[in-house]
Design a protein around this ligand. Structure first.
Ligand code: 6MZ
Length: 376
């Protein structure tokens, strides 16, 4: 190994070792390639799909944004039954936990599939089942009433041991869920997702995401459901400016979501509005580069936002589809933008302030970061 390779490895090890917060991860975009191939093989063996064709699509590396959405259609064919949804949820949380992610806000689009007896509700129940099945770290459910009564752990927390006498030393991974509205959906379907999110609040659903192919759909279609979500106290994050669409970017910023994702095709006026609104931005470097949403890493808007001290959070978007990890995103930021370890640690720590979970979780996470800071 050359000296440079050695230095890169230790940079990656360091990025893996620090606590991290993941705020923009799509469940079906975060599946391991090995799992996708295994699922495709199973369907191929049953003669339901052409395995070699699907294998090619899964393993293809460079995809435009529109090709990514074709891939999601393939992934959804492979994952749409309850047992598979449970399996991928478990694996995705375990994968994040294995790289020292201490808080994950996992987002997913509730799906109906009559042929599998799946409703939006049973889809989310299968996701919750996956959280319960997490085994590499222990995951405990505490009903909301208990949580308030005991001032103890939040609703969903994964920890290395279930020994409550050992509360302060336990390694924790908190998981919260965002339900996504797909831009292909109608106002009614979007409203159904919001109603489901409200019903599922006791199980760690904290907000709503608007995502899906940005070339499809109109802002006014989702607005009633998003307004209702807000009125009911759910947090909202929007995929904003993934394609050039000036009017929609203005409308989205006027809505004042609690966070936005991407912000790739912003014009001067949008930047001004964003900066004065102080809306935190979820930035997904690898995703933006791979989908050609930004021309090169040097031209990424991270630099301008970071220098302007605007709140930004590094995220993966689709760690499976883009073959990345949160540690890798930090490593890319360090090498591309010249951030030192102190800045990287601060960037990671600051993300805690923009999570959608309650103050007790925030306090727990702040403690995790203070402890980690002592061991740097
Ligand atoms: C917009 C995206 C996305 O919900 O089935 N999704 N939406 N932009 C992106 N950037 C590349 N990546 C993923 O996860 C997959 C779904 O998340 C959204 C798309 O709607 C995709 O179908 P779930 O778990």
């Amino acid at each position: 190994m050359t000296k440079i390779q050695d230095a890169r490895k230790s940079e990656m090890e360091w990025c893996m070792s620090i606590p991290k917060v993941e705020l923009h991860a799509h469940l079906n975009g975060s599946i391991r390639d090995s799992t996708l191939l295994e699922l495709a093989k199973g369907l191929g063996d049953k003669g339901l799909i052409d395995f070699s064709l699907v294998e090619h699509v899964i393993l293809k590396n460079d995809r435009s944004l529109s090709e990514v959405f074709k891939l999601f259609d393939v992934i959804h064919i492979l994952t749409t039954d309850h047992a598979t949804v449970t399996r991928i949820t478990k694996e995705v949380v375990e994968d994040f936990a294995s790289e020292n992610v201490v808080y994950v806000e996992l987002r997913t689009t509730p799906k109906k599939n009559e042929s599998k007896g799946m409703s939006k509700r049973s889809y989310i129940e299968a996701v919750l089942e996956g959280l319960r099945a997490v085994s590499s770290v222990h995951l405990g459910f505490i009903p909301l009433s208990e949580e308030i009564k005991n001032h103890s752990n939040p609703i969903l927390s994964a920890s290395a041991t279930d020994d409550r006498s050992n509360e302060n030393t336990r390694k924790k991974v908190f998981v919260r869920l965002l339900l996504s509205i797909d831009r292909r959906e109608t106002t009614e379907a979007a409203m159904e997702t919001v109603m489901l999110a409200l019903e599922m609040r006791h199980f760690g659903v904290v907000g709503i995401d608007l995502s899906g192919n940005p070339a499809v759909g109109e802002w006014v279609t989702y607005l009633p459901a998003l307004k209702f979500a807000r009125e009911q106290g759910l947090y909202v994050t929007l995929h904003c400016g993934e394609v050039p669409n000036s009017r929609e970017i203005h409308d989205m910023l006027d809505f004042l979501p609690e966070r936005i994702g991407h912000a790739c095709f912003f014009e001067e006026e949008h930047w001004r509005k964003l900066k004065s609104s102080k809306i935190p931005v979820e930035l997904c470097l690898t995703s933006n580069i791979r989908t050609l949403s930004v021309p090169s890493i040097d031209a990424h808007h991270f630099v301008d936002l970071y220098n302007a001290k605007h709140h930004v959070v590094l995220c993966t978007d689709d760690s499976g589809v883009f073959s990345t990890s949160l540690s890798n995103e930090y490593k890319i930021a360090a090498s591309s933008f010249g951030l030192g370890r102190k800045e990287m640690f601060e960037l990671s720590k600051n993300a805690v302030e923009f999570i959608f979970a309650d103050n007790m979780v925030k306090e727990d996470l702040r403690n995790i970061f203070s402890l980690a800071a002592k061991n740097l």
